[in-house]
Design a binder for this molecule. Structure first.
Ligand SMILES: Nc1nc2c(c(=O)[nH]1)N[C@H]1C(S)=C(S)[C@@H](COP(=O)(O)OP(=O)(O)OC[C@H]3O[C@@H](n4cnc5c(=O)[nH]c(N)nc54)[C@H](O)[C@@H]3O)O[C@H]1N2
Ligand SMILES: Nc1nc2c(c(=O)[nH]1)N[C@H]1C(S)=C(S)[C@@H](COP(=O)(O)OP(=O)(O)OC[C@H]3O[C@@H](n4cnc5c(=O)[nH]c(N)nc54)[C@H](O)[C@@H]3O)O[C@H]1N2
Ligand code: SF4
Ligand SMILES: [Mo]
Length: 658
């Protein structure tokens, strides 16, 4: 039997054809008739069958290690949560949304409804260890944190990528199907520039600047400084920014001349000059960032400067610039959006770390260990995430997870977090559930709503996540929601007759200028970001003086920790290091990498594809868990966003005896 569905491993949302024999998935391939992705798929999506039949698939609900019935599990869980709320208040029950929380549309709707019903403010998600700089800057500059600037694959434009490797990742915020084809077209046409300490698959397609980590802001500031002299669009700026903001922006980047930026980034001045010239010639530009920058200590500043370059050149929503996906379900382009005040909407993050902000209805993951230690969080409900692998300060957090009165984990396979769980919720995987891209439509490369039916029957004693949380909610006084599975068809009526609705036109431009920007103007120089740029200039620790820093990277055949152990998923665990930064280490040697927080062991890949002074560490592995190296100390957390530094932190490397 052949079934059509869409992939729920990442927000590219590829259309797939899944072939089954009885209840076995025998093959998964791209769907050539799918209007959004036209046959494209990647090795992760094609491994969905391997995930479904994973040797350590969760088959049944468990109380700790004891298999039980769903009724017994949910009765016990509900009683414990109720008791904790009664004794300690609702914030003692925390929820952590991981990657596959967003990807299970109906499931997440029910989890959110339950969290609202309980009135807990202890909401955590991977956003605060991934991309919070992006939302923070979007909110400060535009008034709307949900804005995601994206490449239009059908309208190639001059593109500068900073700290992102879309050939592997398919993009960080705005995503790309078939990235090699799209990026090659950009490189051969208007031009592709890639700033990355590593010569990545993406860097090979365009012009590569092997910048030193921690110096992206300097490079972008110098580019902006030059463009503000010659290369911006004065008419656009006069009508879409406040003159005093533009003056402050000019003053903020003034100290960053090209020579200073080049020295800090350890790149040739002529390369920066050439980049400026390319932007001047094209007139408009897309500057896309990624986790290489959102995880760095300068994340907010980089993000802001990337936006500012696009604003001063009048590029946003221009046919040769980035567009903003209004969401296929929300269609923000069809309503009025209330902009956040200029200072944003931060609230105190968590009682034990009051200096860290809470943003967008969430508390920062950086505070989670402290919250557990302080007894503020006593129950943690983990939804589609693996905090034991993904969250920082593993050395402290992992033992604390085991002290929780309740650790309820909704997952599909055994993980480090499941091993510590008191309540294991064996939920449906992507092929076993009805679904909608309700939460991930923002990131697709076009305005596209999708729904799918389950295409294989629920195996063993698993339950769909929305049913599990509906049943748990019922025990805690939350009424079921009969309209749940109709929500996407109610919002997008076309989905009632077709599983994919690609909007016409598939991309809209102009709605942010018309509906979002207060008075039609960008706030191009938010004071907290100007201050952070100033501090960067004064920072005592110049990146040049740190001999070795660690930077993150993604692997082609797994999705963070998912698929690391099936379908050739574990093929990318090596630490990339330049020969001059690893004296005495030969390619393939076992090495030890240490930070002030901890140590991991891995194989070294000694290569000139990475610049000196940098070691590239994969994310998502349990054996080489990079979270052992990260810290949540105050100096490792950004005070404006609550983001933990996971890129560009100091490490040392030593060979292990052969
Ligand atoms: N040091 C360091 N830390 C990092 C990063 C880094 O690069 N370096 N990266 C950060 C980033 S960008 C992110 S997004 C986070 C990721 O943080 P998490 O989302 O917590 O981690 P994942 O590894 O994506 O965990 C996903 C979990 O979902 C489960 N799963 C898979 N499919 C399904 C499903 O259909 N339903 C359910 N319920 N569960 C499912 C998987 O088995 C896995 O346990 O980690 C962050 N942490
Ligand atoms: N195949 C695959 N795809 C994925 C994932 C996966 O695990 N596997 N994870 C998904 C998730 S959760 C996310 S968040 C996205 C992330 O998507 P991306 O942000 O594109 O992630 P990466 O592919 O790791 O690319 C980050 C790049 O930044 C570079 N870098 C590191 N530090 C710095 C720095 O200081 N400056 C500069 N200029 N560059 C730096 C790294 O060398 C790396 O090449 O990918 C998603 N897609
Ligand atoms: S690119 Fe993303 S959506 Fe497409 S097949 Fe790969 S994991 Fe699935
Ligand atoms: Mo992520």
């Amino acid at each position: 039997m052949e079934h059509r569905t869409f992939c729920r491993l990442c927000p590219v949302l590829c259309g797939l054809v899944v072939t089954t024999e009885d209840d076995r998935v025998v093959s998964v391939r791209g769907d050539a008739d799918h209007p959004l992705t036209r046959g494209y798929s990647c090795p992760k999506g094609r491994a969905l069958g391997a995930l479904h039949h994973h040797p350590r698939r969760l088959d049944a609900p468990r109380l700790g290690d004891e298999v039980t019935s769903w009724d017994a599990l949910l009765d016990d869980l509900a009683a414990r949560l109720r008791a904790i709320v009664d004794a300690h208040g609702p914030d003692a029950v925390a929820v952590y949304h991981g990657t596959h929380s967003w990807n299970d549309g109906f499931g997440r709707m029910r989890v959110e409804a339950l969290a609202r019903h309980l009135r807990t403010k202890s909401i955590y998600s991977a956003i605060s260890v991934d991309a919070i700089a992006r939302l923070t800057v979007a909110e400060l500059v535009s008034g709307l944190g949900a804005l995601v600037p994206a490449i239009d694959p059908d309208a190639p434009a001059l593109t500068v990528l900073v700290g992102t490797n879309p050939v592997v990742s398919h993009g960080h915020a705005g995503t790309l199907a078939d990235p090699v084809r799209v990026l090659r077209r950009i490189a051969q046409g208007p031009g592709l520039w890639v700033l990355d300490p590593r010569r990545t698959e993406t860097a090979r397609l365009g012009r590569h600047l092997a910048v030193r980590p921690g110096a992206d802001a300097a490079v972008l500031a110098s580019v902006l400084r030059e463009l503000l002299r010659d290369g911006h669009d004065p008419q656009y700026l006069a009508s879409h920014a406040h003159a005093d903001d533009v003056a402050r922006l000019r003053a903020a980047v003034e100290p960053w001349d090209v020579a200073r930026a080049a020295a800090r980034a350890d790149v040739d001045e002529r390369d920066i000059d050439a980049l400026v010239d390319a932007i001047r010639r094209a007139g408009r530009v897309i500057v896309g960032t990624g986790t290489g920058t959102t995880m760095s200590a300068e994340a907010n500043v980089v993000e802001w400067l990337a936006w500012a370059i696009q604003i001063v050149t009048g590029s946003f929503e221009h046919p040769q610039g980035a567009w903003f996906n209004p969401g296929a379900h929300a269609r923000l382009d069809r309503r009025d959006v209330a902009a956040a005040p200029a200072e944003g909407r931060a609230v105190p993050g968590a009682p034990s770390r009051p200096a860290l902000p809470g943003r967008f209805g969430e508390r920062p993951c950086a505070a989670l260990a402290d919250e557990i230690e302080a007894g503020n969080v006593r129950a943690l409900v983990v939804v589609g995430g693996d905090p034991a692998t993904a969250l920082p300060d593993h050395t402290r957090l992992a033992p604390l997870l085991r002290t929780l009165e309740v650790l309820a984990v909704a997952d599909v396979v055994e993980t480090g977090t499941v091993a510590a769980a008191t309540h294991v919720l064996a939920v449906a995987g992507p092929l076993e559930r009805d679904d909608t891209n309700w939460y991930t439509d923002w990131f697709a490369s076009a305005i596209c709503a999708q729904r799918t039916d389950a295409i294989v029957p629920l195996g063993a004693d698993r339950r769909a996540m929305h049913e599990v949380f509906t049943a748990l909610g019922a025990r805690l006084g939350l009424a079921p929601d009969e309209s749940l599975l109709r929500r996407s068809t109610d919002r997008v009526p076309e989905l009632a007759t077709s599983p994919v609705h690609l909007a016409e036109p598939p991309r809209v431009r102009g709605w942010v200028h018309e509906r979002v920007l207060p008075g039609g103007r960008w706030r191009v120089a938010p004071p907290p970001l100007v201050e952070q740029l100033e501090a960067l200039g004064e920072r005592a620790r110049d990146p040049a003086t740190t001999p070795l820093v660690a930077i993150p990277r993604r692997a082609p055949r797994r999705m963070n920790s998912t698929l690391h152990d099936v379908a050739r998923g574990d093929d990318d665990s090596a630490l990339w290091v330049h020969p001059s930064s690893a004296p005495g280490v030969t390619d393939g040697d076992e090495v030890e990498l240490s930070s002030r927080a901890g140590t991991i062991r891995a194989r070294a890949r000694v290569t000139t594809d990475i610049r000196e002074g940098v070691v590239s560490v994969p994310h998502g592995l349990a054996a080489q868990n990079v979270a052992l190296l990260t810290s949540t100390d105050d100096d490792a957390v950004d005070p404006l966003s609550g983001m933990v530094t996971q890129s560009g932190f100091a490490v040392s490397l030593r060979p292990l005896p052969r």
